[in-house]
Design a protein around this ligand. Structure first.
Ligand code: BG6
Length: 490
């Protein structure tokens, strides 16, 4: 029988992001983040970027799940499940409301100190993302977000403030959430803050053709280069601030398979994986991958990387690789195969996989596969910073959500993780995405729930915001308590 016991000290936990859970979007001196200004959408109706508040749209980020006021209750529930790690993000605009103010906002600094102290009270290790999709809106207006090199200085100043402030209480940091998001057209809003690209919708299933002009693509890759430099400078600064700091990258790393053994499909899948390696090589190895020139020229992109830039990248290599994994994609060039009704936005439908309510494939073996691929390439510790199932939950007559499907997702992915560890992968942590229901990034819905903890709030913002435990809450608790061993029970 397989032994599912995980290594001692394994960091089981959960992950959230400021603009998806905090709410209090203007409270205590906070400025707007670009992502705050996204309206609610659905699976079919894309979210819109609407900075004109006078139009009276509904913005899910305004209240979100009100974690800002309820963090003590939420962290107590995480502790009850036995969390060893809590991944969360600092909202840059809560610390520097305009992104580049002279002085930081003391109330913002106090809030995060309180959150970290609350975690420490329960021996929960904070894992802190410095930027999770949310560049300050004022900086996007002033500097076109990450397109401007000056944004690097503002970010490094913000990092210095929080590193100095929390050096005694936070050890694990992530410089940018899903940095490869900036390559996507909706990355103009999520993270990139490139307002001049005039992207107004988040449509993860159907990218509009006009979003991929050479000019727009050039801006994205330039902005991404600036983020790489900012990340490397932050890593260097962090290590100078406290040599004990562990600072990682975070890259969306879903698996990509060839649809068939047609060699053209194999090459297509290889190319899709380059969306991951493009960022990983820079952040882990400190240099662009050999395929970069061709990869960029195929997109009509010319990127200038100076000798000074190369030096910065070399000096700011990360200590660990963290990533999000939800599903896998299938690459297919065969004309007769329909690639529109596929998995998420990842190509042709995979006939071997079940799909979630939002069409994302259920693929635990894919997780084992990417863990092996990533570790084989970089050989540094790995953290799964996001993985989870967004589903429609129904509260039963007994007032409880009986989410067998989420337990199954968790179980199978946890088994795959242990198999990868047995394969030789140095996996040190797992933070389930959205241990408490929160606002979906891609659709802005509450209905797309990931939580082990149910939050009483609907898509229109109605509800008491009360928290309650789902069945999965007790399963995760057992999984953590047994350090994985219970996976072998049936
Ligand atoms: C990741 C993001 O892309 O996926 C999270 O880092 C996001 O912010 C998560 O919430 C799940 O996606 P969604 O669209 O279902 O919320």
């Amino acid at each position: 029988m397989t032994n599912y016991k995980f290594p001692d000290g394994f960091y089981w936990g959960g992950a959230t992001a400021a603009y998806q859970c905090e709410g209090a979007w203007r409270e205590d001196g906070k400025g707007f983040a670009v992502a705050d200004l996204l309206t609610a959408g659905t699976r079919r109706e894309p979210r819109k970027f609407e900075p004109d508040l006078s139009k009276g749209c509904y913005y899910p980020a305004e209240v979100a799940i009100d974690h800002y006021h309820r963090y003590k209750e939420d962290i107590a529930l995480f502790a009850e499940m036995g969390f060893k790690m809590y991944r969360m993000s600092i909202s840059w605009a809560r610390i520097y409301p305009n992104g580049d103010d002279e002085e930081p906002n003391q109330k913002g600094l106090d809030f995060y100190r309180d959150v970290f102290e609350e975690c420490r009270k329960y021996n929960i290790e904070p894992l802190v993302s410095l930027s999770h999709h949310d560049i300050p809106y004022a900086l996007a207006l002033k500097q076109d977000g990450w397109l401007s090199r000056e944004t690097i200085d503002a970010y490094v100043k913000y990092c210095k403030t929080v590193f100095d402030e929390y050096k005694d209480i936070v050890k694990y940091w992530i410089t940018f959430n899903e940095i490869n998001m900036t390559m996507n057209y909706f990355g103009d809003i999520f993270g990139g803050g490139i307002l001049s690209n005039n992207t107004t919708t988040i449509d993860i299933n159907n990218a509009p053709e006009e979003a991929f002009t050479k000019e727009k693509q050039n801006k994205r890759f330039k902005a991404l280069h600036h983020q790489f430099l900012a990340s490397a400078l932050a890593v260097k600064l962090g290590h100078e601030t406290n040599p004990e700091f562990k600072i990682g990258c975070m890259i969306a790393s879903d698996a990509h398979y060839p649809y068939s053994c047609n060699p053209a499909n194999i090459l297509a899948a290889q190319n899709s994986m380059r969306k991951i390696w493009y960022c990983g090589d820079v952040q882990v190895r400190g240099e662009y991958a050999p395929f970069t020139k061709k990869y960029l020229s195929d997109k009509g992109v010319e990127l200038e990387v100076s000798e000074e830039d190369k030096k910065i990248l070399k000096e700011g290599k990360v200590d660990f690789y963290s990533f999000s994994y939800y599903t896998s994609g299938t690459d297919c060039v065969d004309q007769e195969v329909d690639t529109d009704s596929g998995n998420f936005n990842l190509g042709a439908a995979n006939p071997y996989l079940k799909k979630s309510d939002w069409g994302w494939g259920f693929d635990p073996d894919g997780l084992r596969w990417v863990l092996n691929e990533i570790y084989g390439r970089y050989k540094i510790p790995l953290i799964i910073a996001e993985n989870g199932l967004g589903a429609i939950d129904k509260v039963g007559e007994d007032g409880v959500v009986h989410d067998k499907y989420r337990i199954e997702y968790l179980k199978e992915h946890a088994k795959a993780m242990k198999q990868a560890i047995d394969d030789g992968v140095d996996l040190i942590g797992y933070t389930w995405w959205g241990p408490i229901d929160l606002v979906s990034a891609s659709t802005g819905e509450m209905k797309k729930r990931y939580g082990f903890i149910y939050v009483d709030k609907d898509n229109e913002g109605n509800g008491t915001l009360n928290r309650s435990r789902k069945d999965s809450f007790y399963y995760y608790k057992k999984l953590i308590e047994s350090n994985g061993e219970c996976l072998g029970e049936e």
